[in-house]
Every structure is written in structure tokens, then in C-alpha cells.
Design a binder for this molecule. Structure first.
Ligand code: SF4
Ligand code: SF4
Length: 299
């Protein structure tokens, strides 16, 4: 079963839920897909044993073959190529803006002169290791790099390679994915393929607004989901009212406690500082299994 943990808004406690869930159930593979700012390792403290640089293929133009027809610039949806045609006997130029390139390969396939070859551009690193029984994988995007989805896909690619697949093609382990915050491409890339998504929120107007956006994304992706309300005793009841109205299960509530915040600030997982919470996370896991089982999905 693949469980992703997401939130429409940063700072709701998404990583806290992902990490403590991973520490509460058995046979887990943990993927930190928040590659712009991975921080699950601060709590899980894995022993990293494998480091692989991550690349995307970007075009390189062979000026001796290029006739400046402009087809590559036309096909590029990301405006990563500009073609300046030659004029009055002067040579033109085909410019590649590698930082904008998503590595889709369309330009090299469609170039009629076969003037484009792909070269690797480093965007970050995928690191993997172990934390006790937990298999840990995360990606680190290079500073200033904007292309997080290709790196997220590489982190998720490691899931199949290292977690292994059952004969039915499903990962043998319970895979827990810590997704980036928000509702844009990196989140969609992270949660796609999940059997269930936990949406972490807080009972504030901002929290509710971003929860509603995240719910819309998951409905479009047809991924079953439920809500965990963090700092549940702060704010107002609007989040509960929204979940009731939309028939969204509230799977767990975590109260606001100074002691939990203090443990967090020291990089100590909640279930280690307060072992009584382990049962709550186990209940959360079982509630997800039950809900997936009722819908005839993987458990
Ligand atoms: S499609 Fe090929 S030939 Fe045409 S401008 Fe681009 S690189 Fe040059
Ligand atoms: S590989 Fe795709 S994104 Fe990159 S320049 Fe070519 S068409 Fe544009």
C-alpha cells in the first residue's frame, strides 16, 4: 500500500504525521519527496549508504546541422528554446535555456535536421539508506534549481527498485510518501499512484482554504483521502464543518501541546517523546486500511 501525506499549505505538520506513522507501523519504506526542503531525515536520522546524482536530459544544438527552421522552439511548451533566423547572409542562432527545459525530449525527436542531441544536466541527488527497519529515500534539489518533478520521479523510481514489487506489481512494503506542500506540479507528481492520501491541515482560515484546494486536486486524481487535523484545539470549527459537509473522514486529531512542539524543535519524533501516541498512529493506519479494503483497493 502506498500512502502519501500532503497538505495544501506548508507548516501544518505534514512531515510530523509522515514520520510518526512510519515509526508506528512495520515494514515501511519512507520516501521524502519534498525535494526542495527535505526534512524527514532530521527526525528519522537515517544512515545514508547510497548517493546517486540526478540528471535531466536537455538539448544541445549542433550548429553545423541546424538550419534555424524554428520547429524546436515551436514544439517546446516551456519556451526553453529560441531560434533567431539568419538574415542578409548572417548566421542565425538557436539558443537553449537549460534551466527552463523539462527534459521532455520533444525537440530532439522533431528536429528535421537531426541537429539536437541530449546531454545530462545535474539537478540534485537521490540518497537512500536505513533508519532501523525503515528503508529511507529522499531527494535533494540543487539550490536555485526549479525542476523538482523530474527529481521527485527519480525518488519514486527508487521505490520500485529498492522496495521491490509483489507479483501483482504492487510494492511489498507499506510506502509512506512525504509530499511537498501546496497543490502544484510537485505535489501531483508526488501523490500520483498513491492508494491513499492523508491531508494534514490546521483549523484556521488559511488552513481550510488550502485544504479545499488540496481536496479538489485529489478528487481530480481520483485518489481516496482523509484529513488529519493538527493543533486541533486551536482556531475554529469551520474545518470540521467542511469535512462533515463534504463527507470527508477526519482520521485523527492532534492537540496543540507545548511539549510536542518542544520535541519537534529538538528533532525528536512525537512517538519517541510520547510513546502513547503510537497507538493513535496505528489506529490511523488501520483506519486507512479499513477504508481501502471497503473500497476493494490494495491494503
Ligand atoms: S528544429 Fe533542428 S534544425 Fe530546426 S531550428 Fe531547431 S535545432 Fe535547428
Ligand atoms: S526537451 Fe522538451 S522542454 Fe526541453 S527544450 Fe526540448 S521541448 Fe523544451
Amino acid at each position: 500500500m502506498i500512502i502519501s501525506v500532503a497538505s495544501g499549505k506548508g507548516g501544518t505538520g505534514k512531515t510530523t504525521i509522515a514520520v510518526n506513522l512510519a515509526l508506528s507501523v512495520e515494514n515501511v519504506q519512507f520516501l521524502d519527496c519534498d525535494v526542495e526542503e527535505p526534512n524527514a531525515h532530521i527526525f528519522l536520522k537515517p544512515r545514508i549508504t547510497i548517493r546517486n546524482k540526478a540528471y535531466i536530459p536537455v538539448p544541445e544544438i549542433d550548429e553545423s546541422k541546424c538550419n534555424y527552421c524554428g520547429k524546436c522552439a515551436q514544439v517546446c511548451a516551456y519556451h526553453a528554446i529560441a531560434v533567431l533566423p539568419g538574415q542578409e547572409g548572417k548566421k542565425g542562432a538557436t539558443l537553449v535555456f537549460a534551466q527552463l527545459c523539462h527534459g521532455c525530449g520533444a525537440c530532439s525527436v522533431l528536429c528535421p535536421q537531426n541537429a539536437i542531441k541530449e546531454v545530462n544536466r545535474e539537478i540534485g541527488v537521490v540518497e537512500s539508506g536505513t533508519c532501523g527497519e525503515i528503508e529511507f529515500i529522499h531527494g535533494r534539489l540543487n539550490i536555485g534549481e526549479a525542476m523538482s518533478p523530474p527529481l521527485i520521479r527519480q525518488v519514486k523510481g527508487s521505490m520500485c527498485a529498492e522496495g521491490g514489487l509483489s507479483p501483482s506489481g504492487n510494492p511489498k512494503k507499506t510506502v509512506i510518501i512525504d509530499a511537498p506542500p501546496g497543490t502544484s506540479c510537485p505535489v501531483v507528481t508526488s501523490v500520483q499512484g498513491s492508494d491513499f492520501c492523508i491531508l494534514v491541515t490546521e483549523p484556521t482560515p488559511f488552513g481550510l482554504n488550502d485544504l479545499i484546494l488540496a481536496v479538489e486536486v485529489l478528487k481530480k486524481l481520483a485518489i481516496p483521502f482523509g484529513v488529519v487535523i493538527n493543533r486541533a484545539d486551536l482556531g475554529n470549527n469551520n474545518t470540521d464543518a467542511y469535512c462533515t459537509r463534504e463527507h470527508i473522514p477526519v482520521l485523527m486529531r492532534i492537540p496543540f501541546k507545548k511539549e510536542i512542539a518542544m520535541a519537534y524543535s529538538k528533532g525528536e519524533p512525537m512517538v519517541n517523546a510520547f510513546p502513547e501516541y503510537k497507538k493513535n498512529f496505528l489506529d490511523l493506519f488501520n483506519a486507512i486500511r479499513k477504508q481501502n479494503s471497503a473500497q476493494g483497493r490494495i491494503v
